[in-house]
Design a protein around this ligand. Structure first.
Ligand SMILES: Cc1cc2nc3c(=O)[nH]c(=O)nc-3n(C[C@H](O)[C@H](O)[C@H](O)COP(=O)(O)O)c2cc1C
Length: 461
């Protein structure tokens, strides 16, 4: 069995200026990636709609030509920690890079987020593909793609090991005896790998979710290999139902080959819903947004997505057969092949990237949008969606007020939250602590090894 629920999962990608590159120009739209009140409104609206999670991306460089929501943006941990006490149920997923951080500091930050939020933290693992970021961290060039993923693999193992440092019950805090911790239940990691050396233990007790949820959004071969080993939630880029179904099936079967239980993996493609009272009205909104995009911003966006300088081409030429670049995002190959097959121009391609950075866009009435979502979900092309409203706050409010009730009526989406942790919303079990598992099975000390891999047994809460 590869799915244990008939309810979809929904999250919102909170880009301060809206997900459409020109969303900030829409009447009444939020215009900044640093406006905390705007993010608070997004989180509150998402929670009102019973969404599973609030997601923030991140980058580590300022590129003025970039998507306006990414030129200046709040740092994810600061933002999510500030939102934690203002919300009660919604998961808080933040993006953090394995290339420009150490496992210990990252494990600690996410453990803190999980403690502060009462178990609602999630880590979107990225390896950071922008050359501009490398220059901000003392590197002359961007570390090669596959090497970044090799590093990320070891990094994630070390982080998971650190999150297991403390068994449940290790903090005794008995005022009578004066015993504060049971040191026998706090374990060093002693990780000595190819890229990282981490002694541990982490200076954090076991976090409310056992460990924060691991999220990933890469689609290259090495990105998928990483996801099949570590990710519990995949954020994918899909345009077509058949390709989405094949991607999901592929990830689940690769995960099974790693000894994982595929029931505990959620695959959520991004989706930009554009609502209207009629199909024409919805289409009109997209056209308004399209007219706001200027050609130079579009060229930059397209060059960034394709990993190739596009300024030598004219927007009205057919999509050329581009050489594969090592900076290219894995999913872009699919878009290029599709556009060439359909005889599209670069302008068509850039409209696709300008709208939702390559994610699917669906415009229409609330019923039509719900129909599309239902069709993908029932076809097992996905386990739900990451919503990318074109602009905030109205783009999300409309979805919550008009599409969510339809999905609820059809029994496809929750009417009340299942619990107070991100794992409970996603229907994911709490991973059992590796040392407690060893203790329970009576096999004594866990062997620590170079780059030890772990496949903790799982139990439900
Ligand atoms: C949906 C989606 C969201 C992403 N968000 C971020 C992000 O916020 N920050 C970042 O540095 N990279 C982000 N990435 C980039 C990926 O993490 C990854 O580095 C990139 O897609 C290249 O990996 P791949 O070659 O495996 O596709 C995102 C990618 C996708 C597909």
């Amino acid at each position: 069995m590869e799915r244990d629920t008939e309810r979809m999962h929904l999250g919102v990608y909170a880009a301060g200026t809206g997900n459409h590159v020109a969303g900030w120009r829409y009447a009444g739209a939020s215009q900044s990636g640093e406006d905390f009140e705007a993010f608070r409104r997004i989180a509150e609206s998402a929670e009102r709609g019973r969404l599973d999670f609030f997601f923030v991306g991140d980058n580590l460089a300022c590129v003025p030509e970039e998507h306006p929501g990414m030129v200046a943006r709040l740092e994810p941990f600061t933002l999510l920690s500030a939102l934690a006490p203002l919300t009660r149920h919604i998961g808080l997923i933040g993006t953090a890079s394995t290339t420009y951080c150490q496992p210990y500091s990252l494990a600690r930050r996410f453990a803190s987020l999980d403690h502060i939020s009462g178990g609602r933290g999630g880590w979107n693992v990225v390896t950071t593909s922008s050359p501009e970021s490398a220059a901000n961290f003392g590197l002359d060039t961007l570390t090669a793609h596959d090497l970044r993923y090799r590093m990320a693999d070891e990094f994630a193992e070390a982080v998971k090991g650190l999150w297991d440092s403390w068994e449940g019950g290790a903090r005794i805090a008995d005022p009578e005896t004066g015993v504060y911790v049971d040191a026998a239940r706090i374990h060093p990691l002693d990780h000595e790998g190819e890229f990282y050396s981490v002694r541990g233990p982490l200076n954090h007790s076991r976090s409310p979710q056992g460990r924060p949820v691991i999220v990933q959004a890469g689609s290259s071969e090495s990105g998928q290999a990483f996801a099949s080993r570590h990710a519990e939630l995949l954020f994918s880029v899909q345009q077509e139902i058949d390709a989405a179904r094949a991607f999901r099936r592929g990830i689940l079967s690769r995960a099974r080959a790693q000894g994982r239980d595929a029931r505990w993996i959620r695959v959520l493609p991004g989706l930009m819903p554009v609502l209207g009272g009629t199909e024409a009205e919805a289409r009109g909104k997209l056209d308004v947004l399209g007219r706001f995009v200027d050609d130079s911003a579009a060229m930059h966006l397209m060059s960034d997505r394709l990993g190739y300088d596009m300024s030598r081409y004219s927007l009205d030429e057919p999509v050329p057969d581009l050489p594969r670049s090592e900076h290219i995002h894995g999913y872009v190959d699919v878009h290029i092949a599709r556009a060439r097959k359909a005889g599209q121009t670069l302008r068509d391609l850039y409209n696709l990237f300008a709208a939702a950075r390559g994610h699917a866009v669906v415009s229409g009435t609330p019923e039509q949008i719900a129909d599309m979502m239902e069709e993908w979900f029932r076809a097992r092309a996905c386990d739900g969606f990451v919503l990318l409203p074109a602009y905030f706050p109205a783009g999300l409010d409309e979805f919550v007020d008009e599409v969510v009730p339809i999905l609820q009526k059809r029994g496809l989406f929750r009417t009340e939250y299942e619990g107070t942790t991100l794992r409970s919303q996603l229907g994911l079990p709490v991973p059992e602590n590796r040392y407690s598992a060893q203790r329970a099975s009576g096999t004594g000390q866990v062997k620590r090894s170079r780059g030890a891999t772990s496949a903790p047994t799982l139990h439900h809460t």
